[in-house]
Design a protein around this ligand. Structure first.
Ligand code: PMP
Length: 396
């Protein structure tokens, strides 16, 4: 066996010569805020998930520094054995209370939280039905679980209903998985209908709130709050801490018995080191700051609505985005998205192209992550540049 025999290896290395031309793995200097420094030049930044602009602020940095001083840089053990520190439990209690559920468990990565948890919730006797646009980490979790997976057309509740009617009775449990705010499109799941279907067919419902926590709903309490729905209607609430919580890690929140079960049974938790003190402290300080300054969430949403409304007046396709902090411009071919991103970059704007296979072929796009700290000047300048690029492309 040689490295060349790894599936996909040869194909990948045939493209290798072009990798340097792609705008990926660019080196950023300093904290990514509304501006970012790349190769010594400042750019208006739409490429990082610093939704509330809290990353790198004194309050969050101080909390992380203090945690390092008190506990060091690692807890040096699985929490189950001797890695538990008070910060872990207080963060988990605060997440649960913020969301309005009984308990939560934090893990070291957002992606791995989905993989580990889904693989533990279902097995080969079960069916997972997820939205066609759910994140890679969800699909990886389902694959690892060995359960059967079917995807329903994005946000199409009639399709989901048909699938449930046809397949529900063939499986022991059915787990429905959606996202609060979809990461590539910026639209929301249809939570009221999902809850109705889950009750009608007796399923479990999991919602990935990576992009909805701290960004939508009352004071950033996510998609249940956005719809005014009691969060206990969702069996498994998942969130990432790398977005509005300015840290690294993931949480699962829900009722006591679910969380206790996971605490003793999740391989990626039981057999892995606990979250670092600095990461736990940064997430906790961010959560406290969101509650202290709910105006940050309002400012974020104001920026997003303003930007989207102005983009819609141009001749560009903003897809499904609906006033959330994710605003795409759908461009079609990957080549076109790469060209568009390069033109933006030359004009001082850093917004990443998302190309196949991260999205379907012919649905390549530029994805703008909005932040509460973008100024009106940043947004207006960006709109002007988009307008110029569109005109340039048409040869106007
Ligand atoms: N879920 C969704 C919907 C995501 O978009 C992401 C990554 N952006 C993740 C999970 C994984 O989170 P993390 O980057 O914190 O590992």
């Amino acid at each position: 066996m040689s490295i060349e025999m790894i599936p996909g290896f040869r194909q990948f290395h045939q493209m290798d010569t072009n990798l340097d031309k792609l705008p990926f793995f660019r080196m950023n200097e300093g904290v990514a805020s509304n501006k970012i420094k790349v190769n010594g030049t400042s750019k208006i930044n739409y490429s990082t998930y610093n939704y509330l602009g809290l990353n790198g602020t004194n309050e969050i940095n101080e909390a992380a520094l203090q945690a390092i001083q008190q506990y060091g840089t690692s807890v040096s053990s699985s929490r189950l054995l001797s890695g538990e520190i008070p910060l872990h439990r207080s963060l988990e209690r605060e997440i649960a209370s913020f969301l309005g559920v009984k308990d939560s468990i934090v893990q070291v990565g957002g992606h791995s939280t989905n993989v580990n948890t889904i693989a533990q919730l279902v097995d080969s006797s079960d069916l997972v039905i997820c939205d066609a646009l759910v994140h890679n980490s969800i699909m990886q979790g389902v694959q690892l679980s060995g359960s059967k997976m079917i995807r329903f057309k994005h946000n199409d509740m009639n399709h989901l209903d048909k699938l449930l009617k046809r397949f529900r009775q063939n499986y022991r449990n059915v787990l429905l998985i959606v996202e609060g705010v979809y990461s590539m499109d910026g639209d929301l799941c249809k939570l009221p209908e999902l809850i109705q279907l889950k009750k009608q067919y007796g399923c479990l419902l999991m919602v990935d709130e990576a992009h909805s926590i701290g960004t939508i709903g009352h004071g950033g309490r996510g998609v249940t709050s956005y719809y005014g729905i009691d969060p206990t209607n969702v069996d498994v609430l998942m969130g990432s801490m790398s977005k509005s919580l300015n840290s690294c890690g993931g949480y699962i929140a829900g009722n006591k018995s679910l969380i206790t079960f996971l605490r003793y049974n999740l391989p990626g938790f039981v057999f892995s080191v606990g979250m670092t003190p600095a990461n736990a402290a940064a997430a906790q300080a961010s959560l406290r700051m969101i509650q202290k300054k709910p105006e940050l969430v309002n400012q974020l949403l104001e920026n997003a609505s303003y930007f989207l409304a102005r983009l819609k007046k141009l001749d560009v396709d903003t897809g499904l985005s609906e006033g959330t902090p994710i605003v795409p411009i759908i461009l079609g071919e990957s080549e076109r998205a790469l060209w568009f991103a390069e033109r933006l970059f030359e004009k001082g704007i850093n917004a990443m192209p998302i190309i196949y296979p991260a999205v379907k072929e012919k649905e390549a796009r530029i994805r703008f992550f909005m932040s509460a700290i973008h100024t009106k000047g940043d947004l207006d300048y960006t709109i002007d540049i988009v307008k110029q690029i569109v005109a340039e492309e048409k040869g106007l």
